[in-house]
Write a protein that binds this ligand. Structure first.
Ligand SMILES: Cc1cc2nc3c(=O)[nH]c(=O)nc-3n(C[C@H](O)[C@H](O)[C@H](O)COP(=O)(O)O)c2cc1C
Length: 178
C-alpha cells in the first residue's frame, strides 16, 4: 500500500504577501508550489483592477497550472482576501480546476477581516469542505507572530494526510484543530 502522500501548494498573490506565506508553507511541508498567473497581467495587477474584479465578480483568464494536479493527494490553496472573497484569479482556478481537485486545504492573507466569508465562498465554489484552513492578517505578518500559526497549520496538514476531511472551516485567524 502506498503511504506517501503528495501535497502541492497553489496560490495567487498580487503584491507578494500570499506568495511569501505559500513559499514558507511549501518549505515547511517540503513540497511543491505553484503560483496562479493572471494572464492579463504583465507584471503586477493594479489595485484598481483588483477592486474592479471584486466589484464585478470577474473571472479573469489564468495561465494553465504548471503542475500535474492529478498527481497530488492534497492541494493547499492560498489567496489574498479581496472584499471578503478569494482573489479573482483564485475564483477562476476553482471554476476551472475545482471539479478535478483531490482533498484541499485553504489559507489566506488579509489586512484584517473577511477570512471566514472567503473560506465559506471557496468551499461553496468547490462543493466540498477543506481539510483545514488558516488565515494570516497584516498585524501577525508584520510582527512575525504568523510563524507559529504557520507551523501549526503545516503540522496539521501533515497529521491530516491520512485522515478523513473535516466538516467545519476554521474560525477566522486560527488553524483548525479537531
Ligand atoms: C481589491 C482588494 C480588496 C481587499 N479586500 C480586503 C478585505 O476585504 N479584507 C482585508 O482584510 N483585506 C483586504 N485586502 C488586503 C489584502 O487581502 C492583503 O493586503 C493581502 O495580504 C494581499 O495579498 P497579496 O500581497 O498576496 O496580494 C484587499 C486588497 C485588495 C487589493
Amino acid at each position: 500500500m502506498a503511504l506517501t502522500k503528495r501535497t502541492l501548494v497553489v496560490y495567487y498573490s498580487r503584491s507578494g504577501t500570499t506568495a511569501h506565506v505559500g513559499h514558507a508553507l511549501a518549505r515547511r511541508l517540503d513540497t511543491d508550489e505553484v503560483m496562479i498567473q493572471d494572464q492579463r497581467a504583465h507584471g503586477r495587477v493594479s489595485v484598481w483592477r483588483a477592486a474592479l474584479d471584486r466589484l464585478l465578480n470577474t473571472l479573469p483568464p489564468i495561465a494553465p497550472i504548471a503542475a500535474p494536479l492529478e498527481n497530488y493527494d492534497l492541494i493547499v490553496l492560498g489567496t489574498p482576501v479581496w472584499g471578503a472573497r478569494a482573489a479573482a484569479p483564485v475564483r477562476r482556478f476553482l471554476k476551472d480546476y475545482g471539479p478535478s481537485l483531490p482533498a484541499v486545504a485553504f489559507f489566506c492573507t488579509m489586512g484584517g477581516s473577511g477570512a471566514a466569508n472567503t473560506f465559506e465562498d471557496m468551499q461553496a465554489r468547490l462543493g466540498k469542505p477543506p481539510r483545514a484552513s488558516c488565515s494570516f492578517d497584516a498585524k501577525a505578518l508584520d510582527n512575525g507572530s504568523y510563524l507559529g500559526a504557520l507551523d501549526d497549520f503545516a503540522m496539521q496538514l501533515t497529521d491530516d494526510a491520512h485522515s478523513p476531511p473535516s466538516r467545519q472551516p476554521a474560525p477566522n485567524g486560527i488553524p483548525m484543530h479537531r
